[in-house]
Ligand binder design. Structure first.
Ligand code: FAD
Length: 301
């Protein structure tokens, strides 16, 4: 078993997940999670805004199996929407359908999402449907298709590791899209396994959507991709207000600030809440060097 598989396995461990909620932000997670409540999170967002950076806020949680938990998550997200509006911060929402009950019942999940999307629409706040693993791809796209009939404040994510991602981006070319490499462990029947193939496909998807003229969020910590995009937009006269770079809270902070200072739109993905464990383990899976964050935290106590 390699380190990536080890941390992905850890991210799905229910006992450790529950213990993490009980014992608060530990193991370095506080460097990459913007607090456990709305007040702390809004403070972090204001600091980002002061540096010319917008935020996409993720109320942490996923793969929920209890209706009560999904309803609680819905209430929390509604509270975040209210807080964005009241504090007039430059921010929108990222959410995961499985947190709102996709694994429990499609219609139940749709009802929860409907309250969120409609409230956000009243305040003109954008909602991004994050994309999870392959098994949830189809129902997530189905939800998006249904909401797109009535709302224009929604968008989603295209994951470059899927062979079918080109088909997805063609289908959703009129949407505001975040394009990523892909964070879950997927079998080779559906996804590229080789980093080189994923990177190549990633650039292809980014270029396609940038040229389509719809807003593109390029979500990566990979400076090579960022430099490629800078050249591509200059060569193709793509206006600066048609795309943004996104990175996760706490990662490559200097690069985040530099890009914002250079005049690029920049948006930080701000996760908060007590359900941080799965998120944090996936970050370790992507980049075992993130263990540095853990080590620093332990020694800086
Ligand atoms: P990698 O391929 O991990 O790294 C490439 C190179 O970049 C590395 O070799 C290194 O040179 C450099 N690098 C990377 N990280 C660092 C660092 N911390 N410090 C210094 N150098 C570094 N995935 C999903 O499946 N669904 C989603 O909805 C989703 N949303 C996301 C939203 C945001 C804002 C971001 C940033 C990612 C999201 N992801 C999502 C995760 C994404 O799919 C990737 O798993 C993750 O971003 C890792 O890939 P990467 O492009 O950042 O670079």
């Amino acid at each position: 078993m390699n380190l990536r598989d080890f941390f992905i396995g850890m991210s799905q461990n229910q006992f450790l997940n529950n213990s993490a909620k009980k014992y608060g932000l530990k193991l370095g997670a506080q460097s990459v999670v913007a607090g456990t409540d709305v007040a702390e999170m809004i403070q972090s967002v204001k600091e980002l805004n002061n540096n010319g950076i917008s935020a996409t806020i993720d109320n942490l949680g996923e793969f929920v199996t209890e209706k009560s938990e999904a309803l609680k998550a819905k209430e929390q997200i509604l509270e975040v929407i209210e807080a964005i509006h009241t504090n007039q911060v430059d921010a929108h929402i990222s959410l995961k359908p499985t947190q709102l009950g996709l694994d429990i019942d499609y219609e139940f999940c749709k009802q929860n999402l409907s309250e969120i999307v409609s409230k956000a629409s009243e305040y003109d706040i954008f909602i991004n449907f994050d994309m999870e693993d392959y098994d949830h791809l189809k129902p997530s796209f189905d939800l998006i298709d249904e909401f797109a009939k009535d709302y224009d404040n929604i968008g989603t994510v295209i994951q470059a590791y899927f062979y079918d991602s080109v088909k997805f981006i063609e289908k959703y070319k009129d949407f505001r899209l975040r394009i990523v490499k892909g964070a879950y462990k997927e079998p080779e029947t559906v996804a590229y396994q080789d980093k080189k193939d994923i990177d190549e496909n990633y650039l292809k998807l980014i270029e396609y959507h940038l040229l389509s003229g719809k807003f593109t969020s390029i979500a990566t910590h990979d400076h090579r991709v960022i430099n490629h995009v800078k050249e591509f937009v200059a060569e193709n006269n793509i206006p600066l207000d048609k795309f943004e770079f996104q990175m996760l809270y706490g990662f490559r902070k200097d690069l985040q600030l530099d890009l914002a200072k250079e005049g690029y739109k920049f948006c930080t993905y701000v996760p908060f809440g007590d359900d941080w464990y799965g998120y944090f383990m996936r970050r370790l899976a992507e980049r075992p060097q993130n263990m540095n964050l853990v080590v620093k935290q332990v020694f800086n106590k």
